[in-house]
Design a protein around this ligand. Structure first.
Ligand SMILES: [Zn+2]
Length: 211
């Protein structure tokens, strides 16, 4: 079920203030633990934004498509955020509006952002402090259950997961390494994406949703 998202006003250097909105779709509202999966759909004007972050949106859409057909035991939130490039604005607004009860029911949050550059190493998992948390534990359990390549753990706060970490939720980011040569360039196009990396991140998240 697709719901209305959070409308917000964003300021950009090119366009000044403009209206934008998160897009939220949910499965099994009210059922047990909540898993929030998010990917930002905004980009910057200097790039087509294939890796940053159409690949994340594509994997999230595919997860929504598959699990809307098969169903899931958990409550799953598919959150397409806006304004990430201006400082995680959409994720921050979404996180800020969560009730205490909603937060208490949330098992983990995952941000999918910049993990599919074919010229880079296999995606890894990041937390804001570099320490394992419930979000990473669920991924490692899924890797064991479904014989998936387990990710290395790193430290990074520059994506939407930080907004959820900031309100005390276990939150991880699936992304690649530091030196992204495509980052915000005209070369961030589909030809440079790795479908294997997209499959892997899909499998990690599907494994978590399957429990
Ligand atoms: Zn991004």
């Amino acid at each position: 079920m697709v719901k209305e998202g959070n409308n917000l006003t964003i300021s950009s250097i090119e366009n000044g203030p403009f209206e934008s909105a998160n897009i939220v779709a949910e499965l099994n509202e009210g059922a047990g633990d909540t898993i929030i999966l998010c990917a930002h759909y905004d980009s910057v004007s200097t790039t087509p934004g294939a890796c940053d972050n159409a690949a994340g949106v594509a994997v999230l859409l595919e997860l929504a498509r598959v699990f809307s057909e098969t169903g899931a035991d958990r409550h799953v939130v598919f959150l397409f955020t806006t304004g990430e490039e201006q400082g995680m604005l959409g994720a921050t607004v979404f996180a800020r509006e969560l009730s205490e009860e909603y937060k208490n029911n949330t098992a983990a949050v995952y941000a999918l952002d910049m993990f599919a550059d074919s010229n880079q190493q296999t995606p890894i998992l990041y937390t804001c402090d570099g320490e394992p948390d419930r979000a990473t534990a669920l991924i490692y359990a899924a890797c064991q259950n479904y014989s998936l390549a387990a990710p290395v753990l790193g430290k990074e706060f520059r994506s939407d997961h930080a907004a959820f970490y900031g309100i005390g939720l276990p939150a991880a980011l699936a992304a690649q390494g530091e030196s992204d040569s495509l980052y915000h360039t005209p070369y961030d196009i589909m030809d440079n994406l790795s479908s294997d990396y997209m499959d892997l991140v899909f499998a990690w998240m599907a494994g978590v949703l399957l429990g």
